[in-house]
Design a protein around this ligand. Structure first.
Ligand code: NAD
Ligand code: GLY
Length: 367
């Protein structure tokens, strides 16, 4: 088992990574509890595979639990989902020192984290991520949110978990498409500031997606270490450090908005296309070698991820897509900071480009 720490002073917490950890979680949870009781929240796809094993592992340490199984999918990250969850937690008699366990992907993690930031003015939670996206990104760092009519992740809070337990074997049951979407976030760490890791992805990405355990473990541990470092340096995204984690997200959000945040384009798929577009936009503006942009597109294509508008299934014009970007919650003083790049592993934040330039670029159908 590997153990990392997110260093945040009194809010620091461990990340444990190891095959089979879900079925051995009790000993890691028990020391955190003031009373031997917890509540597990999961979804209907995850529950049949992992709820009983997790429960048995808690029971082995004398910890009792109740569980709530929510519908799978983004719709649970909503006012309705939040109301159902918070009222269930209160009905279960939750106390502020209790720890709720989020067993699932980014949807369950974001929803449970947000609920725990407000129930009784804040209680604790433990992330047990079961998608690659959640294991390498969303379970670490304390961003929690729900979606509302005005946009995705618009209502939320920074609320750090007390513990993150990553069991890579849970990926054995994850559909291939969700695995690939999560892999986009792995590639992102290479593109941000680690060219060697991008080269590792080029060499091992296909094996990882085919289920190679060693490649999977290396990618998760490397990604999580990068995320822990970034979050420790800039927990609330105020210093343009954590903002780099949004590489590909501004372009990606436009694609997700255009496809209605639906299964037509998963979040990770939108991020993949968005990262390729960010590199192509950087190359088109003389910031980044065109060969680097081509290399990014080639790797994403090789693993079956979209790398441009056409492969993302988006036909909208530049003005429409730039219009979606204008509603990004990262807009500050009317300007949208873009994450661009000087080459693979050299991303940076800039407000030097207006959305009119982005629209004109997108109208040229890059790809
Ligand atoms: P998800 O939680 O919807 O999971 C994807 C699908 O896989 C669901 O159908 C789920 O039921 C199923 N599933 C999960 N684990 C499984 C397993 N082991 N076996 C079989 N099926 C399994 O989606 P996701 O991609 O994990 O997360 C996307 C969400 O994460 C979005 O809402 C996004 O906004 C959020 N997100 C948050 C952050 C953050 O920092 N908080 C970062 C990135 C993304
Ligand atoms: N996933 C982006 C962040 O955690 O900041």
């Amino acid at each position: 088992m590997e153990r990392l720490t997110v260093e945040l002073g009194e809010r620091s917490y461990p990340i444990l990574i190891g095959d089979g950890l879900v079925r051995a979680i009790g000993g890691h949870v028990a020391p955190l509890l003031k009373r031997p009781r917890t509540m597990i929240v999961t979804d209907e796809h995850v529950a049949p595979h992992y709820l009983a094993g997790l429960g048995a592992a808690l029971g082995a340490e004398g910890i009792s639990f109740s569980s709530l199984v929510l519908p799978a999918g983004e719709a649970s990250k909503s006012w309705q989902g939040l109301a159902r969850l918070t009222e269930w937690l209160i009905g279960e008699g939750i106390e502020r020192s209790d720890h709720v366990i989020a067993l699932g992907g980014g949807v369950i993690g974001d929803l449970v984290g947000f609920a725990c930031s407000i129930v009784k003015r804040g209680c604790r939670f433990i992330q047990v991520p079961t998608t690659l996206l959640a294991q390498v990104d969303s379970s670490v760092g304390g961003k929690t949110a729900i979606n509302v009519a005005a946009g995705k992740n618009m209502i939320g809070a920074f609320h750090q978990p007390a513990l993150v337990v990553i069991d890579p074997t849970t990926l054995d049951t994850l559909p291939r498409r969700d695995l690939a979407a999560g892999y986009a976030e792995v590639v992102k760490y290479g593109l941000i500031d680690d060219a060697d890791f991008f080269a590792w992805c080029e060499a091992h990405g296909t094996a990882l997606l085919a289920g190679d355990g060693e490649a999977r473990h290396t990618a998760i541990a490397h990604s999580v270490a990068a995320k822990a470092r970034i979050v420790a340096a800039d927990e609330r995204e105020t210093q343009d450090i954590r903002a780099l984690l949004n590489l590909g997200h501004s372009f990606g959000h436009a694609l997700e908005a255009e496809t209605g945040y639906s299964d037509a384009l998963l979040h990770g798929e939108a991020v993949a296309a968005g990262m390729a577009l960010a590199h192509q936009f950087s190359a088109a503006n003389g910031l980044c070698p065109a060969a680097d942009a081509a290399r990014v597109a080639a790797h994403l294509t090789a693993v079956g991820l979209p790398h441009d508008l056409a492969s993302a299934g988006v036909a909208a014009d530049g003005a429409t897509l730039a219009g979606h970007m204008a509603h990004d919650k990262k807009v500050r003083g009317g300007k949208l900071p873009l994450i661009l790049t000087r080459g693979i592993g050299s991303s940076f934040v800039t407000e030097a480009f207006g959305l009119d330039m982005v629209a004109a670029f997108l109208d040229r159908r890059p790809g």
